[in-house]
Design a protein around this ligand. Structure first.
Ligand code: ADP
Ligand code: MG
Length: 410
């Protein structure tokens, strides 16, 4: 007989207990019920399919949008003794992986969404025993989400071809509209929705108007010990800022998708191993990187959306210890965003405007930042959190120039 779930949780992952809704989600998967789990970054979504993959008879097919992300997960899964492999354009051992799949020798198979439409892949799955489809970053299936990937639309026909295989969709970020859309797009009934709380109480949120960004960041780096991430807007800014900040004496590195892959890998590894390094990066950095002791995240400019902000700032304090998220913004950010919107296809303009307006509300509010974030995700938080800049030192009065600006532009 197979060991029971709590035993596997302990023996494979070394965890004494489930966290939050994990137990509920794993329970549904084991009962073969279709599920959409909305769990914040760092909540432990991977475990929700990795654990069942060890308990179920057959292989769990995991759909994931990024090859780098997949390979990180693969390494981690293999490290705890799960039998995991991937079929991607950069894998050389396809034949071996296919054989392992057919022989029931795999717990987890990671693939990109575009694989779903390929007949070769489908017939491979038909010749194997599939125990579960896990769709990670499931918001990518929705045009309402902040990261729509058309390839995710190819998944539905594949899922429907295997009606007896349960499906588990997972994402950190989905407002009510996007949630509904994910359910519809992936054919999951409304009662399959599991939402865990979004609050990250150990993260202190602070928002600052930009006013001499270089010295603001230098101050921050000088006063915040522990590993930190500074998100810059462009690749060029990343390298320039890393160089400037590096003069302050702390180890500072840069990371963006345009860097030589070897340099990128080296910088990432150095950051993961370090206890005081600052990484200046584009938002390409962070997805799938599991460093629990990041003490601060700073945005050097306006994020793309509340979802993006929540996800990026959420990379701080995964260990539950106090951490800070700083956001530096200027009116130019909004001007640039408006400019970008004008260049978009008209069908996408309204959605983008809504996204930018939500960011405006977050940065301009004199009330609790956390409450704004949590309400965005459909929660009903208390009016004050006691751990954001506005709650810790309430602004004396509403900024008169701001009010005037709103009045004039009304
Ligand atoms: P997500 O995909 O939701 O952002 P991950 O699956 O990457 O999160 O997990 C985040 C971190 O939480 C990992 O370090 C993981 O090992 C840890 N973790 C997951 N489940 C538990 C648990 N039940 N107890 C303790 N740590 C956990
Ligand atoms: Mg994840």
């Amino acid at each position: 007989m197979r060991p029971d779930i709590p035993t596997l949780l302990h023996d494979i992952f070394g965890f004494p207990a489930f966290r939050g809704v994990q137990e509920q989600v794993v329970g549904r998967v084991m009962a073969r019920l279709p599920t959409l789990a909305i769990m914040p970054t760092g909540a432990g979504k991977s475990l929700c399919y990795q654990l069942p993959s060890a308990a179920l008879d057959g292989c769990c097919v995991v759909v994931s949008p990024l090859i780098a992300l997949m390979h990180d997960q693969l390494r981690a899964a293999n490290a705890v003794g799960l039998r995991a492999a991937s079929l991607t354009s950069v894998d050389a051992d396809w034949r071996e992986t296919q054989d392992r799949l057919r022989n029931g020798d795999l717990d987890l198979l990671y693939v990109a969404p575009e694989r779903a439409s390929q007949e070769g892949f489908r017939s491979l799955l038909r010749s194997a025993k599939v125990a579960l489809f896990a769709i990670d970053e499931a918001h990518c299936v929705s045009e309402w989400g902040h990261d729509f990937r058309p390839d995710y639309r190819l998944l539905r026909p594949l899922l429907d071809e295997f009606p007896d295989v349960p499906r588990l969709a997972l994402t950190a970020t989905a407002d009510a509209h996007t949630r509904k859309d994910i359910l519809v797009q992936l054919g999951i009934p409304d009662d399959g929705l599991i939402i865990s709380g979004f609050d990250r109480p150990n993260i202190r949120y602070a928002v600052h108007p930009r006013d001499g960004l270089s010295s603001q960041l230098a101050d921050l780096v000088a006063t915040h010990p522990g590993p930190g991430i500074v998100y810059a807007q462009t690749r060029a800014a990343t390298e320039k800022m890393a160089e400037t900040l590096g003069r302050g004496g702390r180890p500072v590195r840069a990371y963006h998708a345009g860097l030589d892959p070897a340099v990128r890998a080296r910088n990432q590894a150095a950051f993961i191993a370090s206890e005081d390094m600052v990484m200046v990066a584009t938002v390409a950095f962070g997805m799938g990187i599991d460093k629990p002791d990041v003490r601060f995240v700073a945005h050097a400019g306006l994020p793309k959306s509340i979802e993006g902000y929540y996800q990026e700032s959420g990379r701080a304090g995964r260990d539950g210890e106090p951490a800070v998220a700083h956001l530096f913004w200027g009116a130019e950010d909004f001007a640039r965003a408006r400019q970008r919107i004008m260049e978009l296809d008209p069908s996408r303009q309204q959605g983008e405007r809504t996204r930018i307006a939500a960011l405006g509300a977050l940065v301009e509010t004199a009330t609790c930042r956390r409450a704004i974030l949590l309400r965005h995700f459909g929660e009903s938080p208390p009016a004050t959190c006691g751990n954001c800049d506005n709650c810790l030192s309430p602004p004396a009065s509403v900024d008169a120039t701001e009010t005037a600006r709103k009045y004039l532009s009304a």
